[in-house]
Design a protein around this ligand. Structure first.
Ligand code: PLP
Length: 381
């Protein structure tokens, strides 16, 4: 059941995807471990073989659909990871001779996707996320891929505007909504054909699951994605799917707290003279803020900023006590990393991507400011 669009995000999150109550059954049925299902006679669905469907996925997919499009009629397909979800859209939609527009400042595995697509004869054009630069290279493309806010630069593009222009020219639009989560932004309501995410991040929020999803309001597009999952077999394990569904119940609590904390941190960092380039779409002075405020309901839990050099960035990370040095983002425990260490992003050596967790804001702030002060003191000697 897709609950009324009028209920609040918290109410929706705790109830999303729950089946109708059945006496003596649990509220959220446990994970179904099955490679195959009893299937006498003609092989009709819904549950035949474990690579095609699983009741635990069905509940999770229903939950994500409710979050992506409250009150709407959409379909979600769950995947083993965010990259599996991204690949499913790209490879189910594109043929040799088609063109796709990718961000040149998006998730650092997109160049790997580009390589593969080009090897299959797909033309790949790129554009930066900010300023709707995609419009310049859109003509005749089959698919426009948007990542907004972008990872790790946190630029934002105008989804409504890009969708309008893309659709006018027959181009489909997919939005990687990983950073925002459906509580921060609902791409399908802004007109996109696909909302795609790595649910490894804020959606599940505990840093212990890899998962992804694709949601579409177009049954044919969704069927293509579902068929791709069957072909490639990038299916979620039932345990992961169940854990993800369980985690969604706290989505609103986590995201609300983490987004609020992120804004507190971004504001404090923006005031320091030893920190530059603070980016967070929720900061009123941020280059992304005006567009973000029109299309986002929460601004995300990631803050990025630049310390003067690699050494200071590494020492800052080493001084943090409540923040783990780790990649990924969106979890309840704050993490941070010097993004340049991977070598794939066009960022300065001292660039920090900070994923803000659900700690008490005063503790988190004290930890970060103390680490910055310590680095500053050391530099003074
Ligand atoms: N999209 C974005 C924006 C990401 O940041 C990531 C991972 O960091 C992915 C997709 C890929 O997700 P996964 O690691 O679950 O495959």
């Amino acid at each position: 059941m897709n609950h009324s669009p009028d209920i609040g995000d918290g109410t929706r999150a705790v109830r999303a995807g729950l089946p109708e109550p059945v006496k003596h059954e649990p509220t959220l049925p446990g994970p179904v471990f099955a490679a195959h299902f009893h299937l006498p006679g003609d092989p009709t669905g819904p549950y035949t073989y474990g690579r095609d469907e699983n009741p635990t996925w069905t509940h999770l997919e229903q939950a994500i659909s409710e979050l992506e499009a409250p009150g709407g009629s959409v379909e979600t397909v769950a995947f083993a990871s965010g990259m599996a979800a991204i690949s499913a859209v790209a490879f189910s939609q594109l043929r040799a001779g088609d063109a796709i527009v990718l961000p040149d400042d998006g998730y650092q595995a997109l160049p790997l996707l580009r390589e593969r697509l080009e090897a299959y004869g797909v033309e790949v054009r790129t554009a930066p996320t900010g300023g709707d630069a995609q419009l310049q290279v859109l003509a005749g493309a089959r698919l426009l891929w948007i990542e907004t806010p972008s990872n790790p630069g946190l630029d934002v593009c105008d989804i409504r505007r890009l969708v309008r222009e893309a659709h006018a020219g027959g181009t489909l639009v997919a939005v990687d909504n990983t950073l925002a989560t459906p509580l921060g932004q609902r791409p399908l309501e802004l007109g996109a054909d696909f909302s795609v995410a790595s649910d490894t991040k804020g959606m599940t929020g505990h840093g212990d699951i890899l998962l992804g999803h694709v949601t579409s309001g177009d049954p044919e597009l969704a069927a293509g994605v579902r068929r791709w999952r069957k072909v490639v077999g990038a299916i979620p394990g039932p345990m992961e799917a169940w854990l993800a569904h369980r985690s969604l119940a706290t989505l609103q609590l986590r995201i609300e707290r983490q987004c609020a904390n992120a804004l507190v941190l971004a504001r404090a960092l923006a005031e320091r003279d030893d920190v530059s380039g603070v980016r967070h779409p929720g900061l009123p002075g941020d280059p992304s803020h005006a567009v973000a405020a029109r299309q986002m309901r929460r601004f995300g839990s990631v803050v990025s900023f630049v310390l003067p050099d690699r050494d200071k960035a590494e020492r800052f990370l080493g001084e943090l006590r409540l923040v783990e040095e780790a990649t990924s983002f969106g979890g309840v425990r704050s993490t941070a990393e010097r993004r340049g260490r991977w070598g794939g992003d066009a960022v300065p050596d001292g660039f920090i991507r900070f994923s803000v967790g659900a700690e008490d804001p005063e503790d988190l702030l004290a930890d970060v400011l103390n680490a910055l002060d310590t680095v500053r003191r050391q530099a003074g000697h």
